[in-house]
Design a binder for this molecule. Structure first.
Ligand code: HEC
Length: 130
């Protein structure tokens, strides 16, 4: 029995360390669901994936927390976001890497499909400041 404990305890410890390491992602993968909230679901994606470049000292639009929805309103005014129609929204084409004018956002390549799906859902639900 004693030797069994010697094996199980260190293994459990190692597994714990391993799981902690995997959990260290800067932003956990979101799940796609209904009633997407801009503040709770979309802003964290923009903060993690966009705001390092999209801030006053780098490039417009400003996508930092507290400023991003105003930028979204500009994108709506310019027709790059069509509330209720993600499929026709230029922003979505940029996120999916198939924009006509060649801009992919983030420039390094598309985010995970779940993050893009969540933003599409938010647009389809009206692109609200909710
Ligand atoms: C590594 C830096 C970087 C990251 C990260 C980044 N962008 Fe950009 N983005 C840029 C640059 C640079 C431009 C200007 C490109 C140009 O004018 O050709 C730009 C332009 C844009 C524009 C305006 C495009 C236009 O046609 O005027 C939008 C909207 C945009 N980005 C959205 C996003 C979103 C949303 C994210 C996160 C999902 C993101 N970007 C992540 C660098 C970045």
């Amino acid at each position: 029995m004693k030797s069994l404990t010697k094996i199980i305890l260190p293994s459990a410890l190692a597994l714990g360390l391993l799981l902690t390491a995997c959990d260290n992602d800067k932003f956990p993968e979101p799940e796609v669901k209904d009633n997407v909230s801009f503040a709770l679901d979309i802003q964290p994606i923009l903060t993690a994936e966009c705001a390092s470049c999209h801030n006053p000292s780098e490039v417009e639009p400003d996508l930092r927390e507290g400023y991003a929805y105003e930028s979204m309103e500009d994108l709506i005014d310019e027709g790059d976001i069509i509330p209720g129609n993600a499929e026709e929204s230029e922003l979505v084409e940029m996120l999916e890497g198939n924009s006509q004018d060649g801009n992919t956002m983030p420039p390094a390549g598309p985010m995970s499909p779940t993050k893009i799906a969540l933003i599409k859902k938010w647009i389809d639900e009206g692109a609200l400041d909710n």
